[in-house]
Design a protein around this ligand. Structure first.
Ligand SMILES: NC(=O)c1ccc[n+]([C@@H]2O[C@H](COP(=O)([O-])OP(=O)(O)OC[C@H]3O[C@@H](n4cnc5c(N)ncnc54)[C@H](O)[C@@H]3O)[C@@H](O)[C@H]2O)c1
Length: 259
């Protein structure tokens, strides 16, 4: 029970990667607080986990984030780990991206991590240490056309992680970015449903075949790395950007065979 009585806050923890992360921390003894917009899924998961709190929160709103952090502290007594996982995918041509689209994607994927970190760091300082994990994306390193807002938000999240790591290392607060590739979550299901005429299963298989590892990830495979990065075993890891992407960020585009 590695995380016994440690308090872990997970944004976007009601579904997908966040939910797998919440379950994994809870299985290791953590007290988990889930901040999410999806009240139904969030309440259901908190009940399943037992020693967990669900707080319906829009993490782009400064006051709501501060209120949620205060509530976690009054309920569980502190915050040891913050996982900034809430995110939205956005795929559209740059010229068709409105001001509102840009602001929404940057708010959920980047500003929210600033707001939660700003609220949680004083709590971690009182405890004497802490870990902030930011769930970015392979799009921070290698992206595609029609991903300007998403890629920029995730690239920004990696830079934010580095700056937090440098600023708070003297106070024993670590910050790590995790960069997943394609993961089978509600986000991916929505994206495949929008894009493809084929069945979800065919869409997942087709996407998997395009990856070096030959398949998309299960959310648990990302959660395992998040939990490791948050653990004491990763005590020398800070400012890092860890790819968990089945080889995507290493790959050249397919080129004609030589010879
Ligand atoms: N699924 C993938 O292939 C993939 C790949 C790389 C990175 N990621 C990143 O991983 C993270 C989790 O992705 P996922 O696939 O599990 O997504 P998901 O859509 O399945 O779940 C995201 C959760 O975030 C919540 N959320 C969204 N906006 C919010 C807000 N303003 N306030 C509070 N909660 C909010 C949603 O309600 C949902 O429960 C995201 O940051 C995403 O960008 C996902």
């Amino acid at each position: 029970m590695e995380f016994q009585q440690r308090v872990v806050v997970i944004t976007g923890g009601a579904k997908g990667i966040g939910a797998a992360t919440a379950r994994t921390f809870a299985a290791k003894g953590a007290l988990v607080a889930i901040l999410d917009l999806d009240a139904q899924a969030g309440r259901f998961l908190a009940q399943e986990l037992g020693q967990a709190l669900f707080l319906p929160t829009d993490v782009t709103q400064s006051n709501a984030v501060q209120a949620a952090v205060d509530r976690v502290v009054s309920t569980f007594g502190g915050i040891h780990t913050l996982v900034n996982n809430a995110g939205v995918l956005f795929q559209r041509r740059l010229e068709e991206t409105s001001d509102e689209d840009w602001d929404r994607v940057l708010a959920v994927n980047l500003k929210a991590a600033f707001l939660t970190s700003r609220a949680a760091i004083p709590v971690m300082r009182r405890i004497g240490s802490g870990v902030i994990i930011n769930v970015a994306s392979v799009h921070a390193l290698r992206t595609l056309g029609q991903h300007a807002a998403y890629a920029a938000s995730k690239g920004g999240l990696v830079s934010l992680t580095q700056s937090i790591a440098l600023e708070y290392a003297p106070e024993h607060i670590r910050a790590v970015a995790i960069l997943p590739g394609a993961v089978h979550t509600p986000m991916m299901e929505e994206s495949l449903t929008r894009m493809a005429a084929q069945s979800l299963e065919d869409g997942l298989n087709a996407m998997g075949r395009r990856l070096p590892i030959g398949r998309v990830a299960d959310p648990q495979e990302i959660a395992n790395v998040i939990v490791f990065a948050a653990s004491d075993e990763a005590s020398f890891m800070t400012g890092s950007a860890i790819s968990v992407d089945g080889g995507v960020a290493s790959a050249l585009p397919s080129l004609p065979k030589i010879g």
